[in-house]
Design a protein around this ligand. Structure first.
Ligand code: C2G
Length: 708
């Protein structure tokens, strides 16, 4: 069987390149040459490429001295190809091992064959292919449907067909250059066979801010290039079916991308003329299949003036928003938020608080609030909660995402939150947002995370939008300040006073105060207290934001060995949705997962057991013993998150892998604690020295006094 030339354009994709090339080398079909075209990448990527080029003789690398775009690079590959067939693979994507074999086995006498493109956010997706079940389908009249992804990827094409039809990727555009190649190619084939078992993994990249893929380019360029390519295709098409296809595609693009772009930027001026010329070319019967809204816009674009078009566009934006607003209650509330509440006057003395997405009355926001309350500052307070809570000072409580929640968000000059507020909020002039964050990081955060294994692949871009609104950020120590700057790309004011939530660890660390809390919590006074507070796992969840926790401490054993002297307070992370049933360990294990404030649990406990949670940075303020139950450290550190430092080296207690080790350590806790004395001191000096009980005061003075 014939040689396949696999053409791989490369542009700054050093993180993905190896996976891509290995996936070609591991194909079951081996008669392959690999043509890599380096489109003027930065040195880091070029170096990586040169290193990989030695893996195999079949790899040929072409370096372009400056970047000319993926279209140019692929054409360069075609010019240098020797194969009977040509296949395009992008340098951040990869193939299951049988894809090329399946395509070539099924191309028969056709010029082209197409496989399925699967999007993935993971570096190691697996395709399960059941031998013998693959079935070729043939597309004729409906062949253009295969092009819905606007891409020339996962298509095996005869090279002599490319040469005969002079197929070329468009070099005038950065985006959609594929269409210039693949649309005429499909046009020349009466039948396009399609094999859905031949899979191509297209990586959905997770960092559109620091390293965007082409698809993640700014909408302005997308629109510019799409209008260009549409007109190009239109110039060369004389076939009715093709005309209909590209007109329909254009109208969809207009509806989905162009109109929404105008909504956000009102930058119609840039595109009016080219849209005017483009709309004149469209088949009017197709325009008429669309809504009245779109028809009026088309009419204004063809026959009217820019002023008319703008007016109609604004009206239509409003109608579109209204139409979407009536779909769900939350959408309706956000509509009112934007159109009504945001137009009323902001209240200078309203402060809006939220902790852990409304799940708790706790953490830095709680202690900042209580400082203001006790000092009788003249503000009105609003707390966002999931259900009504017992909060001192009787503040206004609003249910998160209720109508009142949106009303008070719009009205309040000050926002104080320890995690993110919704993406669709708008900040207005004078609005001040204090982000307190919720811990010193051990596990890498946002832009420092490579692969996102959690439920939300848009995590980084959402985070970026949400964090642009922060005006102040609390930092617990110098180490965190540095990380927050890079991991959040935060460049505004950092409040380096320590954490308000730790004030209590300095103010109430006394026998009487602890006794009072124990009594309030109903804890026995004669038993020692162990707090077990593990964190969550990115890859264990029921759904977005609802994580699952499986208890790996063997409570039976612990009860048998420890119950006479100790009780255990079990405290799962606020992301954890399942409640663990510990009823059989009554009197030994008490579940405090739903208790609001972990700081009080720190105060009453004699020993902390945790894992990769930031709780140990706070607990260390008390200088009491800490044990690390890190049964899954390798997976957690190496696959899921990555750490900022070596736990074994730095943490102030032993890393334990089994329940027995935990029990042993507890039985000799004095000795264990003494063994870690030096490390503990170094740890305290690095992470705990900013706190002295005054963080809330310092924060409040900066935010509320300075901004009067
Ligand atoms: N927390 C808690 N109970 C737990 C775990 C955490 O109450 N069992 C609270 C603590 O206040 C802790 C905070 O939630 O400091 C953050 O928890 P982490 O386990 O550190 O996890 P995460 O929410 O992912 O925070 O920069 C901070 C962290 O890196 C991210």
């Amino acid at each position: 069987k014939g040689l396949i030339s696999v053409i791989v354009p490369v542009y700054n994709s050093e993180d993905y390149l190896e996976k891509c090339i290995e996936s070609i080398l591991h194909q079951t079909y081996q008669n392959v040459e690999i043509l890599i075209v380096n489109d003027g990448s930065a040195q880091k990527c070029t170096d990586k490429l040169n290193q990989l080029a030695h893996l195999n003789d079949s790899i040929k690398v072409y370096h372009l001295s400056k970047s000319k775009g993926a279209g140019f690079a692929r054409n360069h590959g075609i010019t240098n190809a020797n194969g009977e067939f040509v296949y395009f693979l992008d340098s951040d994507d990869y193939l299951p091992e049988k894809t090329l074999e399946m395509l070539i086995n099924n191309i028969q006498d056709y010029c082209i064959i197409r496989g399925k493109i699967k999007k993935t956010t993971f570096a190691n997706s697996l395709a399960v292919i059941l031998e013998g079940l693959s079935k070729l389908s043939h597309y004729t009249d409906n062949k253009y449907n295969l092009l819905n992804n606007k891409s020339a990827l996962n298509t095996l094409i005869r090279r002599d067909f490319i040469l005969k039809e002079q197929l070329k990727f468009s070099e005038q555009v950065n985006l959609y250059s594929d269409l210039g190649f693949i649309v005429p190619a499909f046009n020349k084939c009466e039948v396009v066979p399609y094999l859905k078992e031949a899979i191509y993994f297209k990586r959905k990249r997770n960092d559109p801010i620091s390293n965007p893929s082409l698809n993640q380019s700014d909408d302005y360029y997308k629109i510019k290039d799409y209008i260009h390519i549409y007109n190009k295709l239109k110039d060369s098409s004389n076939d009715e079916a093709l005309n209909t296809y590209i007109d329909k595609q254009f109208l969809n693009f207009y509806r989905k991308n162009i109109v929404t772009y105008f909504k956000e930027y009102r930058s119609i001026d840039n595109f009016y003329n080219s849209l005017h010329k483009t709309f004149i070319r469209l088949n009017h019967d197709l325009v008429n299949e669309h809504s009245t809204v779109l028809k009026r816009e088309a009419n204004a674009l063809i026959n009217g003036t820019i002023k008319q078009y703008k007016r109609i566009n604004v009206q239509h934006q409003f109608l579109r928003e209204l139409k979407s607003a009536v779909k769900t209650k939350k959408k309706f509330y956000t509509f009112l938020y934007r159109k009504v509440f945001m137009k009323t006057k902001m209240k200078k003395d309203f402060v809006f608080f939220e902790s852990f997405l409304g799940k708790a009355y706790s953490d830095n926001p709680k202690y900042i609030y209580e400082y203001m309350l006790h000092n009788k500052m003249r503000y009105k307070y609003v707390w966002s909660v999931l259900e009504k809570k017992d909060i001192p000072g009787d503040p206004i409580q609003v249910k998160r995402f209720s109508l009142r929640y949106f009303y008070y968000l719009a009205k309040s000059k000050y926002w104080v939150s320890n995690s993110r507020l919704p993406k669709y909020l708008n900040k207005r002039d004078g609005n001040i947002y204090l982000q307190t964050w919720h811990g010193t990081p051990l596990k890498t955060l946002v832009f420092d995370i490579k692969d996102i294994y959690s439920a939300d692949p848009n995590y980084k871009s959402n985070f970026y939008i949400q964090s642009r609104r922060w005006d102040y950020l609390n930092s617990p120590n110098r180490y965190s300040s540095k990380i927050f700057r890079s991991a959040f790309k935060y460049d505004k004011q950092m409040l380096e006073y320590g954490y308000a939530r730790n004030d209590i660890l300095y103010q109430r660390n006394s026998y009487d105060a602890i006794k009072e809390i124990k009594e309030r919590l109903g804890l026995p006074i004669n038993k020692k207290v162990i707090l077990y507070a593990p964190t969550w796992r990115d890859d264990e969840f029921f759904s977005r934001g609802n994580y699952k926790f499986t208890l790996k401490l063997e409570l039976d054993k612990m009860q048998a060995k420890l119950a006479s002297d100790y009780i255990i307070l079990l405290r799962t992370h606020y992301h954890i949705a399942n409640q663990l049933d510990v009823s059989e360990y009554k009197d030994f294990v008490i579940d405090f997962s739903l208790y609001d404030d972990i700081a009080e649990l720190y105060l009453v406990s004699d020993i902390l057991i945790t894992d990769y949670s930031s709780v140990f940075f706070d607990y260390a303020h008390l200088k009491r013993p800490i044990l690390f139950y890190t049964y899954d450290i390798e997976k957690y550190r190496d696959q899921l998150r990555g750490f900022y430092f070596d736990m074994e080296e730095e943490v102030p207690g032993p890393l334990l892998l089994t329940t027995d080790e935990v029990i042993n350590a507890i039985n000799q806790i004095k000795q264990v604690h003494a063994n870690y004395q030096d490390k503990y001191e170094a740890f305290y000096n690095k992470y705990c020295v900013w706190d002295n009980g005054n963080a809330a005061e310092n924060t409040v003075k900066t935010i509320f006094v300075d901004n009067e």
